[in-house]
Design a protein around this ligand. Structure first.
Ligand SMILES: C[S@@+](CC[C@H](N)C(=O)[O-])C[C@H]1O[C@@H](n2cnc3c(N)ncnc32)[C@H](O)[C@@H]1O
Length: 313
């Protein structure tokens, strides 16, 4: 599929909201360029001279399909809606040159070590893995999920914290993207994983990543969302964004086995009160909260489920 590069030049204070808007419209990866402005006449269009100091450029990509014009209008309306806060904000788009994704990820995707426990790295990094680390090899392709985005990073830290309590059990990963969370869970001791994603491009990437790590027999990836999945799970993880998370919470409650763990991520701190209200209304209680760079992730259990497993801190 052809993709379009989307650049939003916004004040730093609304850059997370810009990123959330891009992701809501289907951008599977978002990169922030701080103290940078746009000059659409130039190629590359990113400028870092002194006049750029107040701006952040949020860069994503959207599929070039029938919805693209509508999505661009929505982004333009969002910029206009910033009012005085957004004077000078602008949108720039262009078709993504072929193979740009690969070069971009190769440039941005560096090995990542989490909690002195998990090493996530691209296939082109082949140095020996230190004995104390579990390694996950990941080729994100056009799917979201390298572990560098705070929402993924926070989820991975929660998976590490709860791994001991859920050894040998099955995890459901809603919005699996590159498969990073399903596959990390398997490397950390979960025995089986099921991943679902609405984006048809994510699934071949996730499958390729499973094969890269020899995990293909222990994971099933499906296109769709939670309605496509049957059964109950001791652990469900969903790193998406506020809207779908709020919508799916009531349906996820009966999909958790008693005492089960629900990890939610993709929540901007300003959206946390809305999320917490939905959490309470769906009968969940917050067991653990982690925050990074304006993003929050929550570990939940159903209220009344008894004493929950304790995470390692
Ligand atoms: C922020 S990415 C997370 C990817 C990966 N799990 C990670 O943690 O890095 C969100 C993913 O959810 C998918 N998605 C968005 N809405 C969804 C929904 N309602 N049901 C299932 N997947 C959804 C997107 O296609 C995208 O791949």
């Amino acid at each position: 599929m052809q993709w379009w590069d989307i650049y939003l030049q916004v004040p730093e204070s609304v850059s997370d909201a810009a990123s959330a808007s891009l992701q809501e419209l289907g951008s599977t990866a978002v990169v922030f360029y701080e103290q940078t402005r746009l000059d659409p006449q130039r190629d590359p269009c990113l400028v870092t001279d002194p006049s750029a100091a107040i701006w952040t450029v949020v860069h994503g990509a959207l599929p070039c399909d029938a919805l693209l014009p509508q999505h661009l209008t929505a982004l333009q309306d969002w910029l206009t809606g910033l009012g005085e806060d957004g004077v000078g904000a602008q949108l720039h788009t262009r078709p993504v040159p072929n193979d740009d994704y690969l070069t971009r990820w190769q440039q941005f995707f560096q090995p990542l070590c989490l909690g002195e426990r998990l090493l996530i790295r691209p296939p082109w990094e082949t140095a020996p893995v230190p004995a104390h680390l579990t390694c996950l090899t990941l080729n994100p392709g056009p799917a979201f999920g390298t572990g560098t985005h705070p929402s993924t990073h926070l989820c991975l830290l929660l998976l590490i914290a709860y791994a001991a309590a859920y050894q040998g059990s099955t995890v459901l990963d809603v919005g699996c993207g590159s498969g990073i969370l399903s596959l990390a869970a398997l490397q950390l001791g979960w025995s089986q994983a099921v991943g679902v994603d609405m984006d048809s491009q994510a699934l071949p990437v996730a499958l390729e990543n499973a094969a890269l790590n020899g995990l293909q027999e222990r994971v099933r990836f499906l296109q769709g969302s939670w309605p496509q999945v049957t059964g109950q799970f001791p652990c469900i993880v969903a790193n998406i964004y506020l809207g779908p998370l709020v919508e799916m919470l009531p349906s996820l409650a009966p999909m958790l086995t008693p005492g089960g763990l629900l990890l939610l991520s993709g929540i901007i701190t300003a959206q946390e009160p809305t999320m917490l209200l939905a959490v309470e209304q769906a009968g969940f209680a917050v067991q653990h909260r982690v925050e990074e760079d304006g993003w929050v992730a929550l570990a939940l259990r159903r209220a009344g489920d008894g004493v929950p497993p304790t995470p390692l801190t």
